[in-house]
Ligand binder design. Sequence first.
Ligand code: NDP
Length: 306
Amino acid sequence: MLLQPSAINIRPESRTVLITGASTGIGQCCAITLAGQGFTVFAGVRNPEDADRLALFNPAIIPVLLDVTEPDSILEAQGRIQAMLPEGKGMNGLVNNAGIAVCGPLECVPIEDLRRQLEVNVVGPIAVTQAFLPLLRQERGRVVNMGSIAGLNALPFAGPYSASKFALESLTDALRVELQPWGIEVAIIEPGTIATPIWEKSLKATTEMYAQPESGATLSSLALYEPALDLIRKAALRSAQRGIPPEHVAQAVLHALCAPKPKTRYLVGKDAQLRRILRWVPDRLKDALITRKIGLPGKHSQSHST
Ligand code: NDP
């Protein structure tokens, strides 16, 4: 339900937060958790059906149409939210959660899809942050970015996604220091595998992406990767089945928004903790471990003609 700003009555003492990408998964779970903790939640969605569904969970969830890749959409959402806030009140939090996962061999990833990956996961969070910082500054609000363990450790065939999350790590580190003078805390959440629709969406999008005639130039090379891709699909499905519930991430977001001394980064899940250790493993050994774990072809296993 997309209510008119005039129909909304937010109590001046209520804490306010915007969550992008709140239609499903982690974003939806954060919206429900934070609303349950007394926040007024502006929940960013991209279509009215998701708005209707989300508004039913809790009257403190106020859906707002927001596509993080569209400057006009960001501007409009900012205007609507500002119009709903009580006079003189800013915002207490922004959770940059919206994200997609573009996967596939880097030799074959259509460049447009690589650009889209970076637009949604990297440029989007900064564009939204820029638009909302004046309101956050008013309340010494906090920024929470949804990173991933993939932003600390890249996995083969998830290069575009990992690149986006590595970029978000560095942007978060820079922003945290830049916003110190105003007491605006900035944190990044680094979840491992979480049970959300992103896995299915990514597998479906990857299949469709490579079935398109426009990506014809990349298709001839794609056949070379087919055996590896099959293993990757199976590995992705296995991890998706082992994913932990998004509530774990929502608790980390809650801490980052509310704790008197928030952490700068929050690893979520045992797999995230294990994969973090891989950062300190020498590259060649790490490559060998990953190759063996997934069952990928090793060095020189293909002849030059194939
Ligand atoms: P979901 O696919 O369930 O949620 C992604 C959300 O992002 C959806 O609400 C989607 O909206 C939204 N979105 C996509 N593109 C845009 C856009 N251009 N503008 C605004 N919103 C957009 O996946 P998750 O809940 O898993 O993902 C949420 C975040 O968590 C992502 O940043 C992801 O990278 C991160 N993450 C997830 C992990 C996991 O294992 N699930 C692990 C680590 C990090 P719509 O429904 O309209 O497409």
